[in-house]
Ligand binder design. Sequence first.
Ligand SMILES: *Cc1c(COP(=O)(O)O)cnc(C)c1O
Length: 401
Amino acid sequence: MPDFATSASSSAGYRPETRLVHAGTLRSQFAETSEALFLTQGFVYDSAEQCEARFKGEDSGFLYSRFSNPNVTMFERRMIELEGAQAARATATGMAAVTTAVLAPLRAGDHVVAAKAMFGSCRYVVEDLLPRYGISSTLVDGLDLDQWKRAMRPNTKSCFLESPTNPTLEVLDIGAIAQIAHAAGARLIVDNVFATPIWQSPLELGADVVVYSATKHIDGQGRCLGGIILASEAFIAEHIHTFLRQTGPSMSPFNAWILLKGLETLAIRVRAQTETAAAIADALAQHPKISRLIYPGRADHPQAALAKKQMRAGSTLVGFEIKGGKPAAFRALNALKLARISNNLGDAKSLVTHPSTTTHQRLTPEARAELGISEGFVRFSAGLEHRDDLIEDLQRALEKA
Ligand SMILES: *Cc1c(COP(=O)(O)O)cnc(C)c1O
């Protein structure tokens, strides 16, 4: 790894918005303004001796882009400074980050506890994949701290949660769950996609590992996939570094470059999208076609006090249940002109999702009901359009519901 003290700008001491623009930049000999794109598989060496030293780890520098690359390193450094982590590794997708963070530190005989309300693929990893390798898992109602406590076993090594949850936007108590995990000798891994690094810092709240799908707000303009794992130097060195190098779910340099540029505008985008989501939530809360609306920034959110305590602001997402189930929800979705039907989120374009037929379609109807994902439930991801255009679009569409 190159020496960042001399070759990269450190933004230690600056506020998050400043770090997002400057942290981790590695300038080449041409002193370019914008970060250069290092689209290369490998690197060449001045001598066989230098090559040997680099493989031994005695010479800093890049070896091969499966291990590291200047663009990937810049992206990792910028995220480290934003999140306040000691170390990070970027991955090809958010799911590569989740799978690696959950699976890599474990072995047969270990046990994992996770909140049942989570992204469909994360639930697959915990519920279906881990047990195939002899790692048992228990799913709990993430809001119920007693369930977390009761689920802990002597062999519990990791706890996993998302907050706010996907798609029902429940807010889980990261600090309290971290204490329960630590008392049992386990670590807490938090998927912070829905909160974004702008509004929530799980490491400060007591979590040990934070994962992101950078595909969402960090890109924010729908272009490429990516993920990242942030934690202590010790966790990354012991559990993640070798696993990623040897198994290869690496982030492409091109995607790292896009995501790095995405970070420059992350704070202003997330702030604008959150203001829009809050305005939409307020505009629709009393709508006659809506039976339930959930938004972490509103006083009527079931965990409003906790949301206020652990998040710096609400969310770019709003959830609501349209009266009349799937037919009514589909009529409303099909009547939208501006917001587009998608399973994605965090984009500059507003996106609307019907979780029970898409992201959570894999679950049984009972499991969906348990999570509050009814047939009429819709998840709205606020984009960067004018909020009044979006509210008018939603109101027009709801008339068709
Ligand atoms: C999208 C998402 C993921 C997976 O990310 P990909 O980049 O699509 O692999 C994981 N967790 C949450 C909460 C997500 O929204």
